[in-house]
Design a protein around this ligand. Structure first.
Ligand code: PGA
Length: 253
């Protein structure tokens, strides 16, 4: 059985002490439970990566919420892939819709960030998804296709490494209105097929598809029991230790 992946995106919510408390409480609660069916990844803010890393004592992995595409140079305020790697990150969320919308992050920037991840042995977790308006006009699959093709522009098959694609409909994020499992499954199948069509020689194993958007301890199972969905990206429920641990416990495929 393949392990499912559960990623907690802590966003810009915590402080130093609350980040440390959260990771410690998650670990204490998980220690009394069986969590070995899941790869668990937490993504604190950049500034909390090192403190959280120093608290880790079970198999939880570390990711960051973004990174810059150059390794070094005069880019005031930016943080590069080698820097987050130094801080213990093996994963990076790329192209979250909150960044696309609030910071005008473009497909071209996202493409360069994915290349930076591949060049630095970091697994990108690339977020894609449609707005409510695009959904109303039946454009979901077209939007996903465009986002995938521009994300992978100029990446040749031999450079392609492991990747997570998170299907996150924008209207489902933080809204308590998740996509239906049926729609999430349809999107997951479409996403995998679109990538495999572009990269014909690629093995299925390289591409993992996650669902994200209002996932909680109650609805997790309806997504993880779908064969084509390899895991979930969780925002709100990931910053409550009891909610997150319950979600992990309820996620058995
Ligand atoms: P949510 O956020 O779980 O709070 O909807 C998901 C995300 O933004 O990745």
């Amino acid at each position: 059985m393949n392990k499912i992946t559960i990623i907690g995106n802590w966003k810009m919510n915590l402080r130093n002490s609350s980040s440390n408390n959260l990771i410690n409480q998650i670990q204490t609660k998980l220690n009394n439970n069986d969590y070995h069916h899941a790869n668990i990844i937490v993504c604190p803010s950049f500034i909390h990566l090192l403190p959280v890393k120093s608290e880790l004592n079970i198999k939880i992995k570390l990711g960051c919420q973004d990174l810059f595409w150059e390794n070094d140079g005069a880019y005031t305020g930016e943080i590069s892939a080698p820097m987050v790697k130094d801080a213990g990150c093996k994963y990076a969320i790329i192209g979250h819709s909150e960044r696309r919308m609030n910071l005008n992050e473009s497909d071209n920037m996202i493409n360069k960030k994915i290349i930076a991840c591949f060049n630095n042995q970091i697994t990108p977790i690339v977020c894609i998804g449609e707005t409510i308006k695009q959904r109303k006009y039946n454009q979901t699959l077209k939007v996903l296709k465009n986002q995938i093709l521009s994300a992978f522009k100029n990446i040749s098959p031999n450079k392609f490494k492991n990747i997570y694609l998170a299907y996150e409909p924008i209207w489902a994020i933080g809204s308590n209105r998740p996509a239906s499992p049926r729609d999430a499954k349809k999107a997951a199948i479409y996403i995998k097929n679109t990538v495999l069509k572009k990269y014909k020689a690629l093995k299925n194993d390289f591409i993992k598809v996650l669902y994200g958007g209002s996932v909680n301890a109650q609805n997790i199972r309806s997504f993880t029991e779908i064969e084509e969905i390899d895991g979930v990206l969780v925002g709100g429920e990931s910053i409550s230790s009891s909610g997150f641990v319950k979600l992990i416990n309820n996620s058995y495929k």
